[in-house]
Design a protein around this ligand. Structure first.
Ligand code: AMP
Length: 391
């Protein structure tokens, strides 16, 4: 990665304004999963060790953008951080304004201030210049560690970087380093795996990855549309009729690189207790949907994955939330865990799938950003990264 990090500029004794992704799940004012907070701890701790003062900003959920909403306050996240750091974390009542300014400027070295949800102001998502300037005025240096929000051109992710020396945090650095392996000089053989529900969301990723990887494995609901494009009758399976023509074109241009399932586990959609069956892709029974890849497909994909040096995976290979249809996804997850390949897992559902399979720790990298990692793999330049200083 060619972006400067917080280690590349002097921050000793400075006021550091840092964008984090504390968009964490909460229940009745308590953080129920602090993974995203922990992910930014190395950067937070480094800043504090430099005797800098730290002003943290984040969004949480989807406020209306019309002022404070108690359910979407970042106070519980600040409390969770305070426990992890074992030191107090001050909480501002807003993210801009005279009171916040005097709190920020009054911070002593090593003190931490959490700003309120930046999305309480509609100017955040509009990337409003004046709002970005007000945020920027709170710090002397800007650090972006919010990879999960880096695909959004918002005031706290993109706007602020125009008004302060802007560098990346360590989480951002790690995300970019691993995801760059998929797009620049990848180790070979390089296998990409794409799954998930819809092909229409991922056409740009398919097209970009096909120019980079040696083999592209497609599973999940997406594969159904490809199989329909090949002329198979997919019965009640999730097939996107509007994407069949695109799928045909992709298949015509990449027959050798693209691997599709040869069998699958079908289920009766309207009856959760109905029996499931394993069938070849040309024998999906009437009334049934293809919900997972089958044993022959697992075997076929394994042959390629066994010799891969780099594997990038985005999207589950079946409806893994339902134990009847999780084996395909979990079997591939286990295989990756025991392979010697560099394994990079996109965020969102793929991250929860490897976690559910119990092998998240064995992966080289599990991204914290679903949408951001997908846009990165599409080959887009992320706005939250573009404005950071080059090395
Ligand atoms: P995405 O957000 O596009 O990555 O889609 C993830 C969702 O795709 C998960 O909730 C899976 O249950 C769903 N999915 C995976 N395989 C299939 C399938 N064969 N049919 C329908 N949905 C699927």
């Amino acid at each position: 990665m060619n972006k400067k990090t917080v280690k590349d500029i002097g921050i000793k004794g400075k006021r550091v304004l840092m964008r984090v992704d504390f968009n964490v799940p909460m229940d009745k004012g308590i953080v129920t999963d602090d993974k995203r907070i922990r992910a930014s701890l190395p950067t937070i701790q480094y800043v504090l060790e430099q005797n800098a003062s730290l002003i943290l900003m984040s969004h949480l959920g989807r406020p209306k953008g019309a002022g404070f909403e108690p359910d979407l306050s970042l106070k519980p996240a600040a409390d969770a951080l305070s426990k992890l750091l074992n030191k107090p974390v001050k909480v501002a009542s807003d993210c801009i304004g005279p009171e916040v300014e005097s709190m920020a400027k009054g911070l002593k070295p090593g003190e931490v201030l959490m700003l309120e949800n930046v999305r309480f102001h509609k100017q955040e998502e509009k990337n409003d210049t004046e709002f970005a300037k007000k945020l920027a005025s709170l710090g002397e240096v800007y650090v972006n560690d919010a990879f999960g929000s880096a695909h959004r051109a918002h005031a706290s992710t993109e706007g602020v970087a125009k008004y302060l020396p802007a560098v990346s945090g360590f989480l951002m650095e790690q995300e970019l380093e691993y995801l760059s392996k998929a797009t620049m000089n990848p180790e070979r053989p390089y296998v990409a795996i794409l799954g998930g529900a819809k092909i229409s969301d991922k056409i740009a990723v398919i097209e970009n990855l096909l120019t980079k990887c040696d083999t592209l494995i497609v599973g999940g609901g997406m594969a159904n549309t490809f199989l329909a494009a090949k002329g198979y009758n997919m019965a009640e399976s999730l097939v996107e009729a509007s994407s069949i023509e695109t799928a045909k074109k992709i298949l015509d241009n990449s027959t050798e690189k693209l691997l599709l399932p040869v069998d699958g586990v079908v289920g009766n959609k309207s009856d959760a207790t109905a029996q499931t069956k394993v069938v070849d892709v040309d024998k999906v029974p009437a009334g049934y949907s293809m919900m997972d890849i089958g044993p022959k497909s697992i075997d076929k994909f394994s042959q390629v994955l066994k010799i891969a040096k780099l594997v990038v995976w985005n999207g589950p290979l079946g409806v893994f939330e339902d134990p009847r249809f999780s084996e395909g996804t979990f079997a591939i997850a286990r295989l990756l865990a025991s392979s010697g390949a560099t394994t990079v897992i996109g965020g969102g559902d793929s991250a929860s799938a490897v976690k559910k399979a119990g092998v998240a720790k064995q992966m080289s990298h599990v991204s914290t950003g679903g949408g951001a990692s997908l846009e990165f793999l599409e080959g887009k330049i992320l706005p939250g990264v573009a404005g950071l200083k080059d090395k």
